[in-house]
Design a protein around this ligand. Structure first.
Ligand SMILES: NC(=O)c1ccc[n+]([C@@H]2O[C@H](COP(=O)([O-])OP(=O)(O)OC[C@H]3O[C@@H](n4cnc5c(N)ncnc54)[C@H](O)[C@@H]3O)[C@@H](O)[C@H]2O)c1
Length: 366
């Protein structure tokens, strides 16, 4: 642990980042913008680079209120000349640029290759040549485990990804590991599970099913839960994910190391839909058969064993699921127009029964 840092409650203090230069790739996206916001609070000199490609989660509103305090480059991380300039002098780099849709990676595998692998190689090459002493933190994913052999899943679990996105995220992890081993770079990799919270993409299910559910429940539309809804998942509130990323950055013992980040224990998707509807004060959901293209890449039950990050970095989950969902719904009630075309909602409202916020829960709720 560096002497600039003394995390006692699982949160990195101001001393760690104040006055430090930090680059966030994907910094206009969901997790990246939350990292950027925290870094600004901690007094860091923040530079973000993000391509703002429409299918991804980048959104200028994600940096509303801090846009004058950060340096924003709307550009692609695959631009090696640009990255060579941008990495120079940085103390930390959080690499969050990427493509997150699993189904999207099956439909457009070369796009996924570019967003997850080419970006990573471009960044690592820039660091190797122009800033080999920077500390890198990479946002990897639990998707690389594929269908778990045993639960909960720890970092020693076999890796057998079942979609193109999982393969590319695994390759990106290995690029980092090889550059650490052979070129002496210093990187930590966090295998995130479903992360949720303010600034996630909710206009569709490209980022996560939960994003679309949030929009649907707020619009009074029916949520569709695939299969029997008994699939168990764990979810991390984004502030807790940011804690984990920052702790990994300031910890000097984790060069090339890998950590699972879990959540508030497993919950099955049917119960998650019921909880969301209850917190919203109304709504409905329906179990529907798995679309075949989703079934083919579904990992079934997953929840993480995250003892390692708790023991080694002092991370802990602070935001229970209910509290996180309350905060998330409140954010999108106030900011909906920045995340989806609310005129569509008006059209829908004019043609269907309006949502009754005080309605009794649907019969499917417990
Ligand atoms: N959200 C989750 O639940 C979750 C779970 C596990 C892992 N992750 C990982 O965390 C990272 C961030 O995910 P997110 O949920 O914030 O997604 P996001 O789509 O909101 O953010 C990714 C950002 O990267 C940007 N980007 C993509 N390609 C780029 C390029 N070539 N150059 C510059 N910018 C580019 C996008 O414009 C977007 O703003 C991803 O690598 C993802 O795999 C996310």
């Amino acid at each position: 642990m560096t002497d600039r840092v003394a995390p006692t409650d699982g949160t990195v203090g101001r001393a760690a980042f104040s006055g430090r230069k930090v680059l966030v790739t994907g910094g206009l996206g969901f997790i990246g913008s939350n990292v950027a916001r925290r870094l600004v609070e901690l007094g860091a000199d923040v530079l973000v680079v993000d391509s703002l490609k429409p299918d991804y989660g980048g959104n200028l509103h994600n940096v509303a209120g801090i846009q004058d305090q950060i340096d924003i480059h709307v550009a692609t991380v695959t631009d090696q000349a640009l990255m060579s300039r941008l990495v120079e002098g940085q103390h930390y780099i959080f690499h969050l640029a990427g493509q997150v849709s699993h189904l999207g990676s099956m439909q457009k595998p070369f796009e996924d290759l570019e967003a997850n692998c080419q970006t990573t190689l471009s960044l690592l090459e820039a660091c190797r040549k122009h800033n080999p002493h920077v500390k890198l933190v990479y946002a990897s994913t639990r998707q690389i485990y594929g269908v778990p052999d045993v639960l909960p899943v720890d970092e020693r679990h076999a890796l057998h990804p079942l979609d193109v996105n999982g393969i590319h995220k695994l390759a990106a992890e290995w690029y980092h590991r090889v550059y650490c081993r052979t070129h002496g770079l210093c990187a930590a990799m966090l295998r995130l599970t479903n992360t949720y919270g303010p600034r996630m993409r909710v206009k569709d299910a490209r980022q996560t099913f939960l994003g679309l559910w949030i929009r649907q429940v707020l619009e009074g539309r029916e949520i569709q839960v695939y299969g029997d809804g008994n699939q168990r998942r764990d979810l991390t509130y984004v502030d807790d994910a940011v804690d984990a990323l920052l702790l990994a950055a300031v910890n000097e013992t984790c060069a090339g190391d890998i950590f699972n980040v879990g959540g508030d224990g497993p919950i099955c998707l049917r119960e998650l839909a019921e909880l969301l509807i209850a917190i919203n004060g109304g709504g409905r959901y329906r179990l529907v058969p798995f679309p075949p293209e989703h079934r083919a890449i579904d990992i079934g039950d997953y929840y993480a064993d995250d003892q390692k990050i708790r023991a080694q970095l002092g991370w802990r989950m602070k935001t229970p699921l209910r509290e996180g969902l309350v905060k998330t719904l409140a954010y999108y009630r106030a900011n909906d127009r920045h995340y989806w075309d609310t005129s569509q909602e008006l059209v829908a409202a004019a043609t269907t029964t309006p949502p009754d916020r005080s309605a009794t829960p649907s019969p499917l709720q417990s």
